[in-house]
Write a protein that binds this ligand. Structure first.
Ligand code: VGL
Ligand code: ZN
Length: 209
């Protein structure tokens, strides 16, 4: 396809803690790196996101007495899945994968930095009211269509895709450029929600051709 200046690539959370050996490893997560790099090569507008939590973040099971990772707790904004400690700001686990061509990214959005609010979405935090500023940035640059790849399909990618649609952008998710955590059917639910919201499901050969 012809990629134009109104198209932006969003590389979602390709960070060490989400790769095999990391603290919240996404199965086969490192498979997205080569594809992300090929996409980065082709887009003029490249944005990356980074999960970036303070120590003791309330999405960590370790911050809740008697709770284990992957259990759910009630937060003021709704149910919250509890995770192993991951992507603590400034740590090696929070760093981008060493092999990721991050040099071409023009903006890095860090999310989940408020102690008591998680943020799977790169647009709006889990309280559903606190914006990250990404929509304004993309609008000011005249972006119309977002292409997403990265980790994890069923958490940060899907939430970012849905909020991208809600903000008025066309959104395509590059399926083979993503990998999922798949917790209790979350991957199926993610694709259903994206289809209903008008998110396009595409594969990298169509973009790279
Ligand atoms: C993510 C769980 C917790 C993600 C981030 O990047 O998909 N998942 N924090
Ligand atoms: Zn997180």
């Amino acid at each position: 396809m012809t990629i134009s200046r109104t198209d932006a690539l969003l590389v979602v959370d390709v960070q060490n803690d989400f790769l095999p050996g990391g603290r919240l490893a996404v199965p086969d997560g490192d498979a997205v790196i080569a594809l992300a790099n090929a996409l980065v090569e082709r887009f003029e507008v490249v944005v990356a996101t980074q999960d970036w939590h303070p120590p003791g973040h309330l999405s960590f099971a370790s911050s809740h007495e008697g709770k284990a990772p992957f259990e759910t707790v009630a937060m003021p904004y709704g149910p919250q899945v509890l995770w192993p400690d991951h992507c603590v700001r400034g740590t090696d686990g929070a760093a981008f994968a060493a092999a990721l061509r991050i040099d071409k990214a023009q903006l890095v959005i860090r999310k989940g930095h408020h102690l008591a609010i998680d943020s799977y979405s790169a647009f709006v935090e889990a309280d559903r009211t606190t914006p990250t500023g990404l929509a304004g940035y993309l609008r000011e640059r005249g972006i119309e269509h977002l292409y997403l790849c990265g980790l994890a399909t069923d958490f940060c990618v899907v939430w970012t895709a849905l909020d991208g649609r809600a903000a008025g952008f066309a959104v395509s998710v590059v399926e083979d450029g993503c990998r999922a955590i798949d917790l209790d059917g979350s991957l199926d639910r993610a694709w259903t929600a994206m289809a209903e919201a008008g998110v396009r499901r595409i594969r990298s050969p169509a973009v790279l051709a």
